[in-house]
Write a protein that binds this ligand. Structure first.
Ligand code: 3PG
Length: 212
């Protein structure tokens, strides 16, 4: 395992679920991160799918000491650099490209890239990565695919994301090659819009109790 993978695993510190966040209103970023942290989910992924995502990363990094802020939906090297400069402590991408791998190689910030096929997983492995996002999980064979990877790709572990819910997360987490899962179910758009931080905290608390 590379030192950057070790760094990423130590940041996650056994947390079973990484909340995948889409923050439309930057003013929501800090209360949202606080609610998730109170619920036991300190490591969060703020996706670059909204105009103010980088500002959200900066604010949470500056104001929520307990949060471990990652950036998600990173599609290229430029976004990787912007997210790292904004203070992200880890970077998640839906897939894997040579430019992204190059950017990650030159950065101290660990990358969790998506991979679905044996070839993509092998390309990531060649780049020294042993911990990958399996995305989109449910749409790509889900638990059956991950079970099939366990023997031939035995030294690679996964964070399945995409279609994971409170209903199926425990089944994913029971697999030996799954370290954690990612998902948006702990911070649904409507609860964020309504500022229902206590409800998000409760969802996070349930998720944080899932066993790995
Ligand atoms: C995503 O990047 O959209 C994540 O995979 C979250 O997927 P979900 O909304 O199905 O949890």
């Amino acid at each position: 395992m590379t030192s950057k993978t070790e760094k990423l695993l130590s940041l996650l510190n056994g947390q079973p679920v990484i909340p995948v966040l889409k923050i439309a209103n930057v003013a929501d970023a800090v209360p949202l991160a606080r609610a998730l942290s109170r619920g036991g989910l300190r490591a969060i992924e703020i996706t670059l799918r909204t105009a103010d995502a980088l500002e959200a990363i900066r604010r949470v990094t500056a104001e929520v000491e307990e949060a471990i802020v990652g950036a998600g939906t990173i599609l290229d090297a430029r976004q990787f650099d912007e997210a790292a400069r904004a203070g992200s402590t880890f970077i998640v991408s839906p897939g894997i490209t040579s430019q992204l791998l190059e950017a990650a190689k030159d950065s101290p910030v660990p990358l969790l890239p998506g991979a679905i096929t044996p070839g993509e997983i092998m390309a990531a492995r060649e780049a020294g990565l042993r911990f990958l996002k399996f995305f989109p999980a449910e749409q790509s064979g889900g638990i059956a695919s991950l079970k099939a990877f366990a023997s031939p790709l035995a030294d690679v572990k996964f964070c399945p994301t995409g279609g994971i819910t409170a209903g199926n997360a425990a089944d994913y987490l029971s697999l030996p090659n799954v370290i954690c899962v990612g998902g948006s179910w702990v911070a649904p758009d409507d609860l964020i819009r309504a500022g229902k931080w206590n409800e998000i905290e409760a969802l996070a608390r349930e998720a944080s109790k899932l066993k790995k």
